[in-house]
Design a protein around this ligand. Structure first.
Ligand SMILES: *Cc1c(COP(=O)(O)O)cnc(C)c1O
Length: 357
């Protein structure tokens, strides 16, 4: 008799699936989604476009028109190439798989984006987490020491970081890139629409840097499209571990359509969220017992007197947030709040006032 536990890797048997809470009926402020929907006329036009898509055909493996448009709209430098992923998540897996030599390591500041560590586990790379300083800024000296000690194959820098919201100083990133002579440095710009800062234009100035982006936080989380920008030398190798038809035809069509509306729709929504972020940060900072960390994302990390109690109080008020208090010792009693619509933010604030008084 064949039993799964005899076949599946012991470390996989010990894992749990990525938890996604059911948000039915809740104000969903836990996952950094853009809360705004498309204008109705645009949604109708998109529907017509999608109706014309040939669902019977496999998607193009490297859709040239989409890639060219993406490069133009997002400002990728001439000479760079683009690798598409089913969300950045898939790109993160591809990078780990392609670099997983025996003994290879993946290094990132912690607390950070959980997918970096998960990709290391799945591909059996050793994960090296370098703690931030207690104020959640980057400990650049510790990063440099860890890079010298471990010579990691991969270094992740989220710009800005999730869940802290920190935008690392460019000078610190330059030092890390210069020190990581045996590494591929992946700058993850998932929150670029809210940070409005980018390394994209500089990506070809270094032989060890690639820049990762996604359309998820810009308002298209549902279509699952991430992209990696860099030199052909890197991307042609990574492309070899990409599942051949990883971007489905509906995603390709929706992305091509929406790339024509980044400036008039999606960037306008992002600007509203940036303004809301500041309003919300001030309102929360005025509540007793809170520390709001500076954020360049569409979310706020807030330390409260009791994160579990805050989470439960908000849930009872039908507002779902992310309790990150147990994720890392540096995040004790912290919650992460996605910036929503003005109405959603008001509802969250009212619920916070029930417990923080
Ligand atoms: C949300 C997020 C992503 C995006 O992942 P997708 O798979 O593209 O949705 C990537 N990196 C960080 C740091 C994030 O917070």
């Amino acid at each position: 008799m064949t039993r799964p536990q005899d076949i599946i890797r012991p470390d996989v048997l010990g894992m749990t699936s990525y938890p996604v809470p059911d948000a039915t009926g809740l104000v969903k402020l836990d996952a950094m989604e853009n809360p705004f929907t498309l204008p109705e006329a645009l949604a109708t036009e998109l529907g017509e476009r999608l109706a014309g898509v040939a669902l019977n055909r496999y998607p193009a493996p490297r859709p040239a028109a989409l890639i060219e448009k993406l490069k133009r709209v997002m400002g990728a430098p001439a000479g760079s190439t683009v690798l598409l992923g089913n969300g950045s998540d898939e790109i993160i897996s591809m990078i780990a798989v392609a670099c997983a030599k025996p003994g290879a390591k993946l290094l990132a500041p912690v607390p950070g984006f959980v997918m970096y560590q998960m990709s290391a586990k799945f591909a059996q790379l050793e994960f090296v987490g370098v703690p931030h300083r207690p104020d959640l800024t980057l400990d650049t000296d510790a990063m440099l020491a860890a890079i010298a000690e471990h010579a990691p194959a991969i270094v992740y820098l989220a710009y800005p970081n999730n869940p802290t919201g920190t935008l690392y100083p460019d000078a610190d990133i330059e030092r890390i890139i210069a020190a990581a002579t045996k590494s591929l440095v992946v700058i993850d710009e998932a929150y670029q629409p809210f940070a409005q800062k980018s390394w994209l234009s500089r990506v070809l100035q270094f032989d060890n840097v690639v820049v990762m982006r996604t359309v998820s936080k810009l308002g298209l989380a549902g279509i699952r499209l991430g992209y990696l920008v860099g030199s052909p030398a890197w991307l042609d190798e990574l492309d070899k571990v990409r599942p051949p038809y990883n971007i489905n035809v509906l995603t390709q069509a929706a992305a091509e359509f929406m790339l024509d509306h980044v400036e008039d729709v999606l960037e306008v929504q992002a600007a509203r969220l940036r303004a809301e972020r500041e309003t919300l940060a001030q309102a929360i900072a005025a509540l007793p017992g809170t520390t709001v960390f500076p954020s360049a994302g569409n979310f706020l990390l807030v330390r409260v007197p009791d994160a579990d109690a805050v989470f439960e109080t908000l849930l009872a008020a039908r507002v779902l947030i992310k309790n990150v208090g147990k994720m890392h010792p540096l995040l004790t009693d912290c919650v992460r709040l996605t910036v929503g619509t003005p109405e959603e933010n008001a509802q969250m604030l009212a619920a916070l006032k029930l417990i923080l008084k």
